[in-house]
Design a protein around this ligand. Structure first.
Ligand SMILES: Nc1ncnc2c1ncn2[C@@H]1O[C@H](COP(=O)(O)OP(=O)(O)OP(=O)(O)O)[C@@H](O)[C@H]1O
Length: 282
Protein backbone atom coordinates (compact mmCIF):
# COMPACT_ATOMS: atom_id res chain seq x y z
CA UNK A 1 0.00 0.00 0.00
CA UNK A 2 1.01 3.57 -0.55
CA UNK A 3 1.66 4.80 2.98
CA UNK A 4 1.68 8.51 2.21
CA UNK A 5 -2.11 8.56 1.93
CA UNK A 6 -2.54 7.66 5.56
CA UNK A 7 -0.21 10.26 7.02
CA UNK A 8 -2.64 11.98 9.39
CA UNK A 9 -1.29 12.04 12.93
CA UNK A 10 2.15 10.72 11.98
CA UNK A 11 5.22 11.95 13.83
CA UNK A 12 8.90 11.46 12.85
CA UNK A 13 9.70 7.75 12.98
CA UNK A 14 11.03 6.58 16.34
CA UNK A 15 9.43 9.41 18.30
CA UNK A 16 6.02 7.89 19.07
CA UNK A 17 5.13 7.57 22.72
CA UNK A 18 2.31 6.82 25.15
CA UNK A 19 2.22 8.63 28.45
CA UNK A 20 -0.52 8.08 31.03
CA UNK A 21 -0.28 9.59 34.50
CA UNK A 22 -2.39 8.66 37.47
CA UNK A 23 -5.46 7.74 35.45
CA UNK A 24 -8.62 6.38 37.03
CA UNK A 25 -11.76 5.38 35.15
CA UNK A 26 -15.12 4.42 36.63
CA UNK A 27 -18.17 2.91 34.98
CA UNK A 28 -21.36 3.84 36.87
CA UNK A 29 -23.79 0.96 37.51
CA UNK A 30 -27.34 1.94 36.60
CA UNK A 31 -28.71 -1.61 36.64
CA UNK A 32 -31.27 -2.62 39.29
CA UNK A 33 -28.58 -4.88 40.80
CA UNK A 34 -26.79 -1.75 41.96
CA UNK A 35 -29.34 -1.47 44.79
CA UNK A 36 -28.43 -4.79 46.34
CA UNK A 37 -24.73 -4.02 45.93
CA UNK A 38 -25.33 -0.73 47.66
CA UNK A 39 -27.10 -2.52 50.52
CA UNK A 40 -24.22 -4.97 50.83
CA UNK A 41 -21.65 -2.19 50.92
CA UNK A 42 -23.77 -0.25 53.38
CA UNK A 43 -24.13 -3.31 55.64
CA UNK A 44 -20.40 -3.81 55.62
CA UNK A 45 -19.86 -0.09 56.21
CA UNK A 46 -17.40 -0.05 53.31
CA UNK A 47 -16.85 2.01 50.19
CA UNK A 48 -15.50 -0.93 48.16
CA UNK A 49 -16.25 -4.61 47.66
CA UNK A 50 -12.87 -6.28 47.74
CA UNK A 51 -12.30 -9.86 48.76
CA UNK A 52 -9.90 -10.31 51.65
CA UNK A 53 -7.58 -12.31 49.40
CA UNK A 54 -7.60 -9.65 46.69
CA UNK A 55 -10.21 -9.28 43.95
CA UNK A 56 -9.35 -11.62 41.08
CA UNK A 57 -12.29 -11.05 38.76
CA UNK A 58 -13.49 -7.67 37.54
CA UNK A 59 -12.63 -4.19 38.70
CA UNK A 60 -13.47 -3.00 42.17
CA UNK A 61 -17.16 -2.33 42.86
CA UNK A 62 -17.28 0.91 44.84
CA UNK A 63 -19.67 3.36 46.36
CA UNK A 64 -18.90 7.08 46.60
CA UNK A 65 -19.20 7.07 50.40
CA UNK A 66 -19.50 4.20 52.89
CA UNK A 67 -22.97 5.54 53.82
CA UNK A 68 -24.33 5.75 50.27
CA UNK A 69 -23.83 7.50 46.91
CA UNK A 70 -23.68 6.10 43.39
CA UNK A 71 -22.27 2.62 42.83
CA UNK A 72 -19.68 2.07 40.11
CA UNK A 73 -17.04 -0.31 38.82
CA UNK A 74 -13.56 1.10 39.08
CA UNK A 75 -12.01 -0.23 35.85
CA UNK A 76 -8.74 1.70 36.21
CA UNK A 77 -7.30 2.91 39.47
CA UNK A 78 -4.41 5.43 39.44
CA UNK A 79 -2.69 3.89 36.43
CA UNK A 80 0.58 5.45 35.28
CA UNK A 81 2.48 4.10 32.31
CA UNK A 82 5.13 5.38 29.89
CA UNK A 83 5.78 3.55 26.63
CA UNK A 84 8.52 4.61 24.21
CA UNK A 85 9.18 3.84 20.55
CA UNK A 86 10.65 0.36 20.08
CA UNK A 87 8.66 -1.23 22.88
CA UNK A 88 6.36 -4.22 22.36
CA UNK A 89 4.12 -4.32 25.38
CA UNK A 90 1.77 -7.07 26.51
CA UNK A 91 -1.06 -6.54 28.99
CA UNK A 92 -1.85 -9.54 31.17
CA UNK A 93 -4.14 -10.15 34.11
CA UNK A 94 -7.39 -11.76 35.22
CA UNK A 95 -10.77 -11.24 33.54
CA UNK A 96 -11.90 -7.71 34.22
CA UNK A 97 -8.44 -6.55 35.35
CA UNK A 98 -8.72 -3.45 33.13
CA UNK A 99 -6.61 -4.48 30.12
CA UNK A 100 -9.16 -3.69 27.40
CA UNK A 101 -10.16 -0.48 29.16
CA UNK A 102 -6.54 0.65 29.21
CA UNK A 103 -6.19 -0.20 25.50
CA UNK A 104 -9.32 1.85 24.78
CA UNK A 105 -7.86 4.80 26.66
CA UNK A 106 -4.70 4.51 24.54
CA UNK A 107 -6.87 4.37 21.40
CA UNK A 108 -8.63 7.58 22.41
CA UNK A 109 -12.00 5.81 22.69
CA UNK A 110 -12.33 6.53 26.42
CA UNK A 111 -11.33 9.92 27.82
CA UNK A 112 -9.83 11.32 24.60
CA UNK A 113 -9.41 14.75 26.22
CA UNK A 114 -7.92 13.65 29.53
CA UNK A 115 -5.01 15.99 30.32
CA UNK A 116 -3.01 13.13 31.84
CA UNK A 117 -3.14 10.99 28.66
CA UNK A 118 -0.65 11.85 25.91
CA UNK A 119 -0.48 9.71 22.78
CA UNK A 120 2.11 10.75 20.20
CA UNK A 121 2.03 9.04 16.80
CA UNK A 122 -0.53 7.60 14.40
CA UNK A 123 -2.65 4.96 16.11
CA UNK A 124 -4.48 1.94 14.69
CA UNK A 125 -6.60 -0.08 17.07
CA UNK A 126 -7.70 -3.66 16.40
CA UNK A 127 -10.07 -3.77 19.32
CA UNK A 128 -13.53 -4.60 18.04
CA UNK A 129 -13.47 -6.95 15.13
CA UNK A 130 -16.32 -5.31 13.25
CA UNK A 131 -15.79 -1.75 14.40
CA UNK A 132 -16.68 0.69 11.65
CA UNK A 133 -18.19 -2.04 9.47
CA UNK A 134 -21.73 -1.78 8.17
CA UNK A 135 -23.29 -5.27 8.34
CA UNK A 136 -25.81 -4.45 5.61
CA UNK A 137 -23.06 -3.70 3.08
CA UNK A 138 -20.92 -6.31 1.35
CA UNK A 139 -17.31 -6.83 2.34
CA UNK A 140 -16.20 -5.05 -0.81
CA UNK A 141 -18.51 -2.11 -0.12
CA UNK A 142 -17.14 -1.87 3.40
CA UNK A 143 -13.61 -1.68 2.00
CA UNK A 144 -14.68 1.15 -0.29
CA UNK A 145 -16.42 2.88 2.60
CA UNK A 146 -13.30 2.76 4.72
CA UNK A 147 -11.21 3.99 1.78
CA UNK A 148 -13.52 6.95 1.30
CA UNK A 149 -13.50 7.65 5.01
CA UNK A 150 -9.69 7.82 4.84
CA UNK A 151 -9.90 10.17 1.85
CA UNK A 152 -8.41 7.77 -0.71
CA UNK A 153 -8.70 8.23 -4.46
CA UNK A 154 -10.55 5.66 -6.56
CA UNK A 155 -7.25 4.11 -7.67
CA UNK A 156 -6.04 3.89 -4.08
CA UNK A 157 -9.30 2.28 -3.02
CA UNK A 158 -8.83 -0.31 -5.74
CA UNK A 159 -5.35 -0.99 -4.37
CA UNK A 160 -6.76 -1.38 -0.86
CA UNK A 161 -9.48 -3.69 -2.16
CA UNK A 162 -6.97 -5.92 -3.95
CA UNK A 163 -4.74 -6.10 -0.92
CA UNK A 164 -7.57 -7.03 1.48
CA UNK A 165 -9.21 -9.42 -1.00
CA UNK A 166 -5.96 -11.31 -1.44
CA UNK A 167 -5.38 -11.53 2.27
CA UNK A 168 -8.92 -12.27 3.51
CA UNK A 169 -9.62 -14.99 0.90
CA UNK A 170 -13.37 -14.70 1.28
CA UNK A 171 -14.02 -15.51 -2.38
CA UNK A 172 -17.66 -14.92 -3.32
CA UNK A 173 -18.50 -13.87 0.23
CA UNK A 174 -16.67 -10.61 -0.35
CA UNK A 175 -19.66 -9.63 -2.48
CA UNK A 176 -22.26 -10.64 0.10
CA UNK A 177 -23.49 -8.58 3.07
CA UNK A 178 -21.26 -8.79 6.12
CA UNK A 179 -24.23 -9.82 8.30
CA UNK A 180 -24.05 -13.22 6.56
CA UNK A 181 -20.45 -13.79 7.62
CA UNK A 182 -19.38 -16.17 10.37
CA UNK A 183 -17.39 -14.59 13.20
CA UNK A 184 -14.15 -15.99 11.74
CA UNK A 185 -14.97 -14.46 8.35
CA UNK A 186 -15.53 -11.08 9.96
CA UNK A 187 -12.15 -11.44 11.65
CA UNK A 188 -10.54 -12.09 8.25
CA UNK A 189 -12.04 -8.95 6.76
CA UNK A 190 -11.54 -6.75 9.84
CA UNK A 191 -7.96 -7.88 10.33
CA UNK A 192 -7.14 -7.45 6.64
CA UNK A 193 -8.53 -3.93 6.66
CA UNK A 194 -6.90 -2.87 9.90
CA UNK A 195 -3.47 -4.12 8.82
CA UNK A 196 -3.61 -2.71 5.30
CA UNK A 197 -1.67 0.27 6.61
CA UNK A 198 1.26 0.42 8.97
CA UNK A 199 0.43 2.62 11.93
CA UNK A 200 3.09 3.99 14.29
CA UNK A 201 1.24 2.69 17.32
CA UNK A 202 -0.63 -0.60 16.99
CA UNK A 203 -3.10 -1.55 19.73
CA UNK A 204 -4.56 -5.05 19.61
CA UNK A 205 -7.07 -7.06 21.58
CA UNK A 206 -6.78 -10.83 21.37
CA UNK A 207 -9.62 -11.37 18.91
CA UNK A 208 -7.19 -11.50 16.01
CA UNK A 209 -6.38 -15.07 17.01
CA UNK A 210 -9.98 -16.09 16.30
CA UNK A 211 -9.60 -17.34 12.74
CA UNK A 212 -8.97 -20.93 11.70
CA UNK A 213 -5.47 -22.41 11.62
CA UNK A 214 -4.64 -21.34 8.05
CA UNK A 215 -5.86 -17.84 8.72
CA UNK A 216 -3.79 -17.60 11.90
CA UNK A 217 -0.64 -18.56 10.05
CA UNK A 218 -1.21 -15.88 7.43
CA UNK A 219 -2.36 -13.37 10.05
CA UNK A 220 0.84 -13.85 12.01
CA UNK A 221 2.93 -13.31 8.92
CA UNK A 222 1.06 -10.15 8.00
CA UNK A 223 1.17 -8.95 11.56
CA UNK A 224 4.92 -9.43 11.91
CA UNK A 225 5.55 -7.35 8.81
CA UNK A 226 3.32 -4.59 10.24
CA UNK A 227 4.78 -4.87 13.73
CA UNK A 228 8.36 -4.70 12.45
CA UNK A 229 7.58 -1.31 10.99
CA UNK A 230 5.58 0.15 13.89
CA UNK A 231 7.13 2.18 16.69
CA UNK A 232 4.96 0.71 19.44
CA UNK A 233 2.85 -2.43 19.86
CA UNK A 234 0.47 -2.89 22.79
CA UNK A 235 -1.40 -6.18 22.84
CA UNK A 236 -3.60 -7.97 25.32
CA UNK A 237 -4.11 -11.71 25.30
CA UNK A 238 -4.66 -14.65 27.61
CA UNK A 239 -2.46 -16.73 25.30
CA UNK A 240 0.82 -16.43 27.17
CA UNK A 241 2.87 -17.96 24.35
CA UNK A 242 1.60 -15.23 22.02
CA UNK A 243 2.74 -12.57 24.45
CA UNK A 244 6.11 -14.23 24.99
CA UNK A 245 6.63 -14.28 21.26
CA UNK A 246 5.66 -10.69 20.54
CA UNK A 247 6.45 -8.66 23.62
CA UNK A 248 9.60 -7.18 25.15
CA UNK A 249 7.74 -5.89 28.19
CA UNK A 250 4.72 -7.07 30.17
CA UNK A 251 2.33 -5.06 32.30
CA UNK A 252 0.41 -7.25 34.72
CA UNK A 253 -2.86 -5.74 35.84
CA UNK A 254 -4.95 -6.64 38.88
CA UNK A 255 -8.26 -5.00 39.79
CA UNK A 256 -7.63 -1.91 37.66
CA UNK A 257 -4.08 -1.32 38.91
CA UNK A 258 -0.65 -2.10 37.58
CA UNK A 259 0.57 -4.96 39.71
CA UNK A 260 3.89 -5.49 37.98
CA UNK A 261 5.70 -4.01 34.98
CA UNK A 262 8.99 -5.19 33.51
CA UNK A 263 10.83 -7.36 30.97
CA UNK A 264 8.67 -10.17 29.59
CA UNK A 265 10.69 -13.03 31.09
CA UNK A 266 10.60 -11.60 34.63
CA UNK A 267 6.92 -10.69 34.72
CA UNK A 268 5.86 -13.90 32.99
CA UNK A 269 7.76 -16.04 35.51
CA UNK A 270 6.02 -14.30 38.43
CA UNK A 271 2.64 -14.47 36.67
CA UNK A 272 2.94 -18.18 36.05
CA UNK A 273 3.72 -18.79 39.71
CA UNK A 274 0.68 -16.69 40.74
CA UNK A 275 -1.57 -18.54 38.28
CA UNK A 276 -0.94 -21.81 40.05
CA UNK A 277 -1.76 -20.40 43.46
CA UNK A 278 -4.93 -22.20 44.60
CA UNK A 279 -7.01 -19.01 45.08
CA UNK A 280 -6.01 -17.37 41.82
CA UNK A 281 -8.52 -17.19 38.96
CA UNK A 282 -6.33 -15.59 36.29
N1 LIG B 1 -18.65 -0.49 29.13
C1 LIG B 1 -18.57 -0.87 30.38
N2 LIG B 1 -19.56 -0.60 31.27
C2 LIG B 1 -19.47 -0.99 32.55
N3 LIG B 1 -18.42 -1.67 33.07
C3 LIG B 1 -17.42 -1.97 32.24
C4 LIG B 1 -17.43 -1.60 30.86
N4 LIG B 1 -16.28 -2.05 30.29
C5 LIG B 1 -15.60 -2.66 31.27
N5 LIG B 1 -16.28 -2.62 32.44
C6 LIG B 1 -15.82 -3.16 33.73
O1 LIG B 1 -14.50 -2.69 33.93
C7 LIG B 1 -13.67 -3.72 34.46
C8 LIG B 1 -12.47 -3.89 33.54
O2 LIG B 1 -12.93 -4.47 32.30
P1 LIG B 1 -11.95 -4.75 31.07
O3 LIG B 1 -12.82 -5.12 29.91
O4 LIG B 1 -11.01 -3.64 30.92
O5 LIG B 1 -11.17 -6.04 31.60
P2 LIG B 1 -10.13 -7.00 30.86
O6 LIG B 1 -8.90 -7.04 31.73
O7 LIG B 1 -9.96 -6.59 29.46
O8 LIG B 1 -10.88 -8.38 30.98
P3 LIG B 1 -10.94 -9.69 30.01
O9 LIG B 1 -9.65 -10.42 30.19
O10 LIG B 1 -12.08 -10.46 30.59
O11 LIG B 1 -11.20 -9.23 28.61
C9 LIG B 1 -14.55 -4.96 34.60
O12 LIG B 1 -14.94 -5.10 35.97
C10 LIG B 1 -15.75 -4.69 33.72
O13 LIG B 1 -16.91 -5.26 34.33
Amino acid sequence: MNQSIFDAGRVPSGTSSISIRDLSLNFPIFHGGARSLKKLLFKRGKAALTSSRGLRTGGEVRMDRPDGGPVYVQALNAVSVEIRAGERVGLIGHNGAGKSTLLRVMAGIYMPDAPNVHIRGQVAALLDVNSGMNPELTGRENITLMGRHKGLTTAQIRQLEQDVEEFAQLDTFLDLPVRLYSSGMIVRLGFGLATAITPQILLMDEWFMAGDFHFQERAEKRLSSVVNKTDILVITSHALDVLEKWCTRLIWMEGGQIHRDGPTADVMAAYRVAMYEPDHHT
